[in-house]
Design a binder for this molecule. Structure first.
Ligand code: AMP
Length: 159
């Protein structure tokens, strides 16, 4: 094909086109990253921003957001995940110092069924002051140990 001859084929075109491009994303977090809408930024580097949540569950509630506009954790590249992982403990320490609250949740929702409202992957850092912060029901199931092991082996084969 002509286009293949001129440009090195479809594979070359794919290589020049990132799977995710924050310039093409319309999520509210991409707009914040591009500076199109305001946010209280607490951290920024090439791959990550952290902002204050506008509807905090507790004082100091921050969001740590990779600039790569992956919708959910399953879509996130290893490099972007590593960049977020490097920043998270620093944000947690700063939030703890500023709020004086040592306990906190690092929470990450994937999919509307799991409570995700903004479809651009992000991590909540939510202080847990006494009597405040996040309330979540934790309802463990009773599952046979062999079934747990079997599921674990299936997951391990795919990682
Ligand atoms: P999730 O339900 O995990 O998708 O969380 C989305 C979070 O983004 C919520 O806690 C919102 O309060 C927060 N949020 C939405 N819009 C903004 C915004 N413009 N600036 C800061 N936080 C926001």
């Amino acid at each position: 094909m002509m286009i293949d001859g001129r440009r090195g084929g479809l594979e070359a075109i794919r290589k020049r086109t990132p799977r995710y491009d924050v310039r093409m994303s319309d999520s509210i977090f991409s707009k914040i990253i591009r500076g199109e809408i305001p946010a209280q930024r607490v951290y920024e580097d090439d791959a990550v921003i952290a902002i204050m949540d506008i509807n905090p569950l507790a004082e100091g509630h921050c969001l740590v957001i990779p600039k790569e506009p992956a919708e959910t954790m399953a879509d996130l590249s290893d490099a972007a995940a590593a960049a977020v992982g490097r920043v998270l403990p620093r944000i947690v320490r700063a939030v703890q110092k500023v709020t004086g609250v040592g306990a906190c949740h690092v929470l990450q929702n994937n999919g509307p069924e799991a409570g995700q409202e903004v479809m651009h992957v992000h991590f909540h850092v939510i202080p847990k002051p006494q009597g405040g912060g996040l309330s979540a029901a934790w309802n463990p199931m009773t599952v046979e140990p062999e079934r747990i092991a079997d599921t674990g082996r299936k997951i391990a084969r795919l990682v």
